[in-house]
Design a protein around this ligand. Structure first.
Ligand code: URA
Ligand code: SF4
Length: 250
């Protein structure tokens, strides 16, 4: 393995996993990797439950499809179109560069996201940040959103009618950003965006198209990677595929 690859893997927290067997490599560990290791050890048993399927575009509405950013943001902040409105502290719209090449889509806000109003700021978010580091991306350079904008109570799966109600907002965010690549994190985002029931393990590893146009790559959800660190090598392959897709498409 090259030093460069070792650095990337260490940024994803793969190196610390090997560390226990081979303490001598600790000199190669970046502070990010050390954080990732501590994070992983402290939180390995606390990841949320797996997620279910949905269909994003089923809820598309003409009014939302014409909104600009300020209108869309205001519409989401005031939205009560599904039952998830009742349990939220606030909506979690999305964050990042609105002309980004990369758009990253997760499932829905967790407790920390619900408190802070920003996606992926909890423990899964810290691993996601390390995954960005691994491919030379800054969090600020991508646009990050979720399939549903309100926290499902107790981290339960969003229901199909909730995904359907919220889907128009995500579709509009994608249309406004016009990313060159969508990275779908986990089963829920992948199956919703691709409107399929195929398991993530079969969707990852190749390039799909969102709505027949935008290249979309599926990888494991960082919360799942916290529980199943042995899958990080596969996630790393997906990230490299995504980076190659961006580099190769013009
Ligand atoms: N998990 C998600 O899918 N999205 C978030 O914003 C946080 C955790
Ligand atoms: Fe509206 Fe989406 Fe929140 Fe449901 S989850 S209330 S559709 S913003």
């Amino acid at each position: 393995m090259s030093t460069r690859n070792a650095h990337y893997l260490s940024a994803m927290g793969i190196q610390p996993w090997a560390l226990r067997a081979a303490p001598r490599v600790s000199g190669q560990c970046s502070p990010v990797a050390a954080d990732a290791a501590a994070e992983e050890i402290a939180l390995a048993n606390m990841a949320p439950a797996p997620v279910a399927a949905g269909h994003v575009t089923a809820g598309a509405r003409a009014d939302v499809a014409e909104m600009d950013w300020p209108r869309l943001e205001a519409a989401v902040a005031a939205c009560r179109r599904c039952a998830l409105a009742e349990g939220r502290t606030q909506t979690v719209f999305g964050v990042g560069e609105r002309t980004a090449d990369w758009m990253v889509v997760g499932e829905g806000p967790g407790a920390e996201e619900d408190r802070r109003g920003e996606p992926f700021v909890g423990r899964a978010g810290r691993l996601l940040d390390n995954m960005f580091v691994a491919i030379g991306l800054r969090r600020e350079a991508v646009y990050i959103a979720n399939v549903v904008k309100c926290r499902p109570p107790g981290n339960r799966d969003p229901q199909p009618e909730e995904v359907s109600a919220c889907g128009a907002y995500l579709d509009r965010q994608i249309a406004l950003v016009q990313p060159r690549l969508i990275l779908a994190l986990g089963r829920f985002a992948a199956q919703s965006l691709l409107q399929t029931d195929t398991p993530v393990g079969q969707l990852r590893g190749r390039v799909h198209r969102y709505a027949g146009t935008i290249p979309l790559i599926v990888t494991y959800h960082p919360a799942y990677l916290l529980r199943s660190p042995e899958q990080k090598a596969r996630a790393w392959d997906d990230l490299r595929l995504a980076r190659a897709q961006i580099a190769g498409d013009g």
